[in-house]
Design a binder for this molecule. Structure first.
Ligand SMILES: *Cc1c(COP(=O)(O)O)cnc(C)c1O
Length: 372
């Protein structure tokens, strides 16, 4: 069994994908071909933003927007600790300093802890609060009503890291429509994935949009060889855009299937594990279906034991950001962010993709219960 089975999706839409790739091969417009603009229009409409810009990865979709703020080491950017490394790394790439926030029981950033961290940063006076990156972890949107209110109150910019949540919904609005700027990833294993690296940046702000366009291509000005600021090579390949256009045709249907699968898992597992929270104002994109074991021992038995049944189990994330070696320089101690440290010991994710079959889900659940 595969954790994410891209073969099954390919057997459904492979011929469309091949047709789209062939047309890029015929055009030879491998960089900024017409599929890029076609995809950007589709993406902006899908999420309900004025602008969508494709880019080279989810990491560049975070780094480019951060670069528009011209940050320095003194600038504090608040980010959840329980996330993928790129959420925090992009802050350093843009020259600023991350401040890590603990989670609530949905695995997302706890808004109360966010406000506490902002206040204590102001009080310490070493760093100046500048912005917030909220992460929609495992595909579930963060608590934007509360986070947007905090961003306004302290005059901070807000970036939505929607790398895992493309297609999710919060208060009837799509993920990638919250905050000043949103970033998503089309890494192959994400809910909407291409066949390589890719990402997209979303905003409604005309000035930010101009800056993003410039930084995405080496800080270009009116002319390509007129460089008005430091940028990067952050473009998406045309072939990846072509693949995403084919995949968008089935994406809504896939999201609905993910929701059905998540409900099946929940029904089957709710008596034996702590299952993800279902909230009436949020629909997850179910990038992951993540459970909590009783303790680390049970989690580790599950990982080893399920391997025997050829069922892959993954751990996202075993080390929270504030305890990563790369962030030792920030001097966080073990125990500093206890909720996400506890998750790191107990969390595990089961196979999740829209082509999982009902009988496979039942087998996975039956086997999992053997470890209780
Ligand atoms: C995957 C991911 C990223 C980075 O995306 P890439 O396309 O791999 O660069 C950033 N943030 C989160 C939360 C992610 O899961």
């Amino acid at each position: 069994m595969k954790f994410i089975d891209l073969n099954r999706q390919y057997s459904v839409i492979g011929s469309d994908i091949e047709r789209r790739i062939k047309s890029v091969l015929d055009s030879k417009k491998f960089i900024m071909g017409e599929e890029i603009a076609e995809l950007e229009n589709k993406l902006a409409t899908f999420v309900g933003r004025k602008y969508a810009f494709t880019c080279s990865s989810g990491t560049s979709a975070l780094t480019i927007p951060l670069m528009t703020y011209h940050l320095t080491k003194k600038d504090a950017i608040f980010v959840p600790s329980f996330t993928f490394f790129a959420s925090a790394e992009s802050i350093n790439l843009a020259g600023a300093t991350p401040v890590f926030i603990d989670s609530d029981n949905t695995f997302n950033m706890n808004p109360k802890k966010l406000e506490e961290a902002i206040l204590s940063t102001i009080q310490k006076g070493e760093l100046v609060p500048k912005g917030i990156i909220a992460v929609d972890i495992f595909g579930l949107p963060a608590d934007y009503d509360e986070i947007i209110a905090i961003a306004k109150k302290y005059n901070l910019f807000l970036i939505e890291d929607a790398a895992q949540s493309f297609g999710a919904v919060y208060n009837n609005k799509r993920s990638c429509s919250f905050g000043d700027i949103s970033a998503t990833s089309f890494f192959p294993a994400k809910p909407l994935g291409c066949y390589g690296d890719g990402g997209a940046i979303f905003t409604d702000d005309d000035e930010l949009a101009k800056q993003i366009v410039s930084i995405r291509v080496h800080g270009q000005g009116a002319d390509r060889y007129d460089n008005i600021q430091i940028g990067i090579n952050g473009r998406m390949d045309t072939i990846q855009a072509a693949i995403l256009l084919a995949k968008m045709e089935v994406f809504e249907r896939e999201l609905q299937t993910r929701q059905v699968i998540a409900k099946l898992y929940s029904e089957n597992l709710k008596n034996d594990f702590i299952i993800p929270t279902f909230l009436s104002n949020k629909i997850s994109a179910w990038a992951q279906f993540s459970l909590l074991a009783k303790n680390k021992e049970q989690r580790d038995q599950i990982i080893l034991g399920m391997k025997e049944y050829d069922i892959p189990i993954m751990v996202y994330y075993a080390i929270p950001m504030h305890l990563q070696t790369a962030y030792q320089y920030l001097c966080y101690k073990k125990g500093a962010l206890p909720v996400c440290e506890d998750f790191a010991d107990r969390v595990f994710s089961v196979p999740m993709h829209p082509y999982l079959k009902r009988d496979e889900i039942e087998v996975i659940c039956d086997k999992l219960r053997l470890f209780c």
